[in-house]
Design a protein around this ligand. Structure first.
Ligand SMILES: [Zn+2]
Length: 380
């Protein structure tokens, strides 16, 4: 038993030590509640625990089972998010999760259920799930995740072992990223900003050429914006969307391969095939939103850099590689206008989350930033 998979749990050494200990001493609980702020690596830790439980070598991190868990493609490790707008639905717990728990593992000796946003489990959804959470089959481990401990129902908390994740200060996160990937401190800072401070996402970002390319294009669009006309803005929004969608192609390929495997294995007339297709669609939508969120985070951090220059603190600039453009923008904008531009980004984020077409949301945002940047007699 090696449990190497926990070595990579950046910034959460105590959690890593605790989880490694429970796996190595074979004292794994039937249910955990991981609590900590966004970006503290809860999901990443849950998947690593899953690796340790389904891998024949106790979580080597590199075998086929471990790799598939990390990619979200292992049949015995399932991750759930609320299907309701704001919470888990009773139907999701009762018809989808609970019956699945009682099926034997497909290939490993254990099954792991990661339940995201356990704070979105309302009374009735929780009631449909409590008995199973309390006494699952011996092969099953639940890992519930939540940002806000106080928002999780006491009936859920009392059935789980609670593991607290610490907040990682940005300066430490940057140092950790640089150490892990060999990136420079500036590059690591930019990656963290593009990932909205979420450390594991920033780690992936630094390792993903297509996501770094998408950031480059976003910075380029901000550079070119002052000279754009209306048509240019529309084209720019379209191109930006195209570049953030590029990393999804790999995911689609993976899903198609998985679907093909399933088809060979169980034939066409399978209900679970439909379920898999539905899951794939949800995964693409979620990842697409994440990618657009990343694009907006880049623009947001760039505008915050403009604010830093305007406030006389240029040393705080995060996007060092765009320092000249930031300085130029600071020369053309003032505090109030920059804040209005930041408001346009926040508005775009809201629109995307309300299912407005991302193209329309981006267009509106770029037009507004263009206006506050170039219009001399603006609203002030
Ligand atoms: Zn392994």
């Amino acid at each position: 038993m090696t449990a190497c998979v926990f070595d990579d749990l950046v910034g959460q050494e105590r959690v890593a030590e605790f989880l490694r200990g429970t796996v190595e001493s074979e004292s794994v609980s039937h249910a955990y509640l991981f609590v900590g702020p966004s970006g503290s690596g809860k999901r990443s830790a849950a998947l690593r625990l899953a690796c340790a439980l389904v891998c024949d070598d106790g979580g080597c991190g590199v075998c086929s089972a471990c790799t598939r868990v990390k990619r979200g493609a292992h049949p015995d490790v399932r991750v759930f998010e609320p299907t309701g707008a704001a919470s888990y639905l009773v139907e999701q717990m009762r018809d989808e999760i609970v019956p699945d728990v009682w099926l034997a593992p497909a290939e490993a000796r254990a099954k792991v259920y990661v339940i995201e946003r356990a704070d979105a489990l309302g009374e009735s959804a929780a009631n449909a799930f409590l008995k199973t959470l309390e006494e699952p089959p011996p092969t099953v481990t639940f890992v519930l995740l939540a940002e806000d401990f106080d928002a999780v129902l006491p009936t859920i908390v009392s059935r789980c072992q609670v593991v607290h994740f610490v907040t990682i200060p940005p300066s430490r996160a940057v140092a950790l990223l640089a150490e892990r990937t060999g990136a420079g401190v500036e590059e690591a800072g930019a990656a963290l900003a593009a990932s909205a401070g979420v450390l594991p996402r920033a780690l992936e970002f630094l390792r993903s050429p297509s996501r770094r390319e998408a950031r480059e294009r976003t910075l380029q669009a901000l550079r070119d914006l002052p000279t754009m006309d209306g048509l240019d803005v529309l084209v720019s929004a379209r191109d930006l969307l195209r570049s953030v969608r590029a990393p999804l192609d790999e995911l689609k390929e993976r899903q198609e391969a998985e679907l093909k495997d399933r088809l060979e294995f169980m034939g066409k007339a399978s209900g679970s095939l439909k379920e898999l297709e539905a899951r794939n669609r949800r995964e693409i939508t979620a990842r697409e939103r994440e990618s657009i969120g990343e694009l907006l985070s880049v623009i947001e951090s760039w505008l915050r850099d403009v604010l830093a220059v305007l406030a006389g603190a240029p040393a705080q600039i995060v996007n060092r590689d765009a320092a000249d453009d930031v300085a130029a923008a600071a020369g053309a904008m003032d505090l109030a206008r920059t804040i209005r531009a930041l408001g346009a980004v926040a508005q775009a984020r809201r629109r995307v989350s309300y299912n407005v077409s991302p193209q329309l949301a981006l267009e509106a945002m770029l037009f507004e930033i263009l206006e506050v940047r170039t219009c001399p007699q603006s609203w002030e």
